[in-house]
Design a protein around this ligand. Structure first.
Ligand SMILES: Cc1cc2nc3c(=O)[nH]c(=O)nc-3n(C[C@H](O)[C@H](O)[C@H](O)COP(=O)(O)OP(=O)(O)OC[C@H]3O[C@@H](n4cnc5c(N)ncnc54)[C@H](O)[C@@H]3O)c2cc1C
Length: 263
């Protein structure tokens, strides 16, 4: 079995996210990291390999992103991927979800994976949709929020977290599976793996290399356009009630709730 894991470079969790009003795109200038949700997808691939129910020939990390995204690939390799593929091209800048999904699907077609794994969401865009878009282009079944996966030759039995409980679904491979963050506890890379990551094969591809239709990618050819940005309304200051006399405090809380018709 060949597994491709989609990984994305995102602004570090500690960086305040904001839209650059001059470009209408997210300001990605600060510290960046591998999307934390994608570490669960890599771990899921590793657990399939280590589980031994099907032989895993290769785990390939795939990203579309600027030059800096290579660091997310190194991290993915340090977590267990055997090699990585980096789709990067100025023509891709500003791509929306549909364009990103199309370009990633074209990249995956060349790899011909039996299984595509990805995180439930990116920590910046948080669209939760790339899996479905990629699956549609590849003509593969797609499941989201998968928190348990039993792999046999030619099929997957998955448990997915739904709002009302859990679904158990069986799909045939090849398939695109977006894993929920409850699926596993990602491992930490060893120092040796971190040091060795840069030596693992990395293929850099452009739009032309993959025969991607340049009229379907990039900001200009994306259906979604940024129009304006508004800061969320400021929160009103809270009310502090000091508990000097508990009976009195309770009365004050009830009066406060009553005034706002919350009782
Ligand atoms: C008008 C507009 C302009 C934009 N311009 C840019 C831009 O210039 N640069 C930019 O980076 N983004 C840009 N974006 C955001 C970009 O479209 C989204 O990041 C992308 O569509 C994926 O959506 P998401 O990140 O919310 O993914 P989700 O669907 O939330 O992510 C789910 C999973 O998909 C995988 N995934 C997502 N994106 C990638 C990727 N690029 N490579 C590999 N795997 C991935 C990861 O495994 C992730 O966990 C733009 C969006 C809009 C609407």
């Amino acid at each position: 079995m060949k597994i491709c894991v989609l990984v994305k470079e995102v602004p570090d969790a500690a960086v305040e996210k904001r839209i650059d009003s001059s470009t209408g795109r997210m300001d990605r200038s600060g510290e960046k990291n591998l999307n934390p949700y994608d570490t669960h997808a890599i771990e899921a691939a590793m657990q399939i390999r280590e589980g031994g129910s099907v032989p895993v020939d290769e785990i390939v990390a795939v990203t579309m992103g600027p030059e800096s995204a290579v660091r997310a690939l190194h991290k993915a390799v340090s977590l267990g991927a055997d090699r990585s593929v980096h789709l990067t091209d100025p023509l891709l800048a500003g791509s929306d979800v549909a364009a990103t999904g199309y370009a990633l699907a074209e990249t995956l077609k060349r790899e011909q994976p039996d299984l595509v794994l990805l995180g439930q969401q990116s920590d910046d865009g948080e669209c939760y949709t790339i899996g479905a878009v990629v699956a549609e282009h590849l003509g593969m079944p797609s499941l989201t929020q998968v928190i348990k996966m039993d792999v046999t030759d030619g099929s997957l039995r998955c448990e997915r977290q739904a709002e009302y409980g859990y679904d158990t679904v069986e799909v045939s491979t090849p398939a695109v599976i977006s894993v929920g963050d409850a699926i596993n506890e990602p491992r930490y890379p060893s120092l040796k793996a971190i040091m060795g990551a840069k030596k693992k094969p990395l293929q850099t591809l452009s739009v032309a290399d993959l025969g991607i239709d340049a009229n379907r990618v990039g900001g200009e050819h994306s259906a979604a356009h940024w129009l304006s940005v508004k800061a969320p309304p400021q929160k009103a200051a809270g009310v502090m009630i000091e508990d000097e006399d508990t009976a009195e405090t309770v009365e004050k809380i009830i009066a406060w709730l009553d005034e706002r018709k919350l009782l």
